[in-house]
Design a protein around this ligand. Structure first.
Ligand code: HEC
Length: 204
């Protein structure tokens, strides 16, 4: 290593130590921060990072909606013709068959009650939109127009592949298990839902 880099390193180390050591000495001198305080602060910080990371893992789409919605128009296939999309739409029953999971704790209370009474039509794509609006489809976020009804895009999260549920309510519906692989997800079948306009077509 050339000498001047070494010297720069030494100066940097000196700067660091001269700025840090007095600060640490000051703290202990005033008796304000003990080793235990440091441990507690570190534990607090670790907890905060875990919570933030969990939020990102569960709900951050990393703008994947630009691809799944913007380019592929998957939201149109989910909504179906009756609700402003294309084709028959994706019912909750079909979504579960494709391996998508429903977080039972995210289902709104009135919907849960209706579900218990058997009053939710699991063959109706409109019910899928209700679940999407409630953020109850694990790893999938629906984006809605200002009317709150029209699905205008859809994005995915880490959780779509890396979370599943414990099937406590019914197969595919239960408490979320983050970090457990979803072994039922059929990505091929999901992509095959895409409206005809947007599937890959071989050009001649
Ligand atoms: C489309 C599905 C999918 C999505 C979305 C996804 N992953 Fe993965 N991920 C996989 C698969 C499949 C593997 C396993 C690859 C292998 O082992 O060959 C994997 C592996 C991993 C691993 C390595 C695990 C290990 O034990 O080695 C980590 C860490 C990881 N993913 C984190 C993430 C994070 C963070 C996100 C979100 C930003 C994410 N993944 C989104 C499918 C996905």
């Amino acid at each position: 290593m050339p000498l001047r880099f070494e010297r720069a390193g030494i100066i940097f180390a000196l700067l660091l130590s001269s700025s840090l050591i007095p600060a640490a000495a000051q703290m202990s001198a005033k008796g304000k921060i003990s080793g235990k305080d440091f441990d507690n602060a570190a534990a607090e910080q670790a907890k905060r990072y875990l919570e933030e990371g969990r939020e990102t893992f569960r709900f951050d789409t990393f703008r994947s909606e630009d691809f799944w919605g913007g380019k592929l128009k998957l939201h149109k296939a989910i909504a179906g013709e009756k609700l402003g999309g294309r084709g028959p739409g994706l019912s909750p029953k079909k979504a579960l068959e494709l391996g998508l999971k429903v977080d039972v704790n995210a289902i709104p209370k009135d919907v849960a009650e209706a579900l218990n009474k058997g009053a939710v039509d699991l063959a109706d794509p409109a019910s899928t939109l209700v679940l999407l609006r409630a953020n109850a489809v694990v790893g999938v976020t629906g984006f809605f127009a200002e009317d709150g009804k029209t699905l205008i895009s859809v994005g995915i999260q880490c959780a779509v592949c890396h979370s599943t549920v414990d099937d406590a309510y019914a197969p595919g519906i239960g408490q979320r298990l983050d970090g457990w692989p979803n072994r039922d997800l059929n990505i091929g079948a999901i992509v095959a839902l895409l409206p005809r306009c947007c599937r890959y077509q071989k050009r001649r």
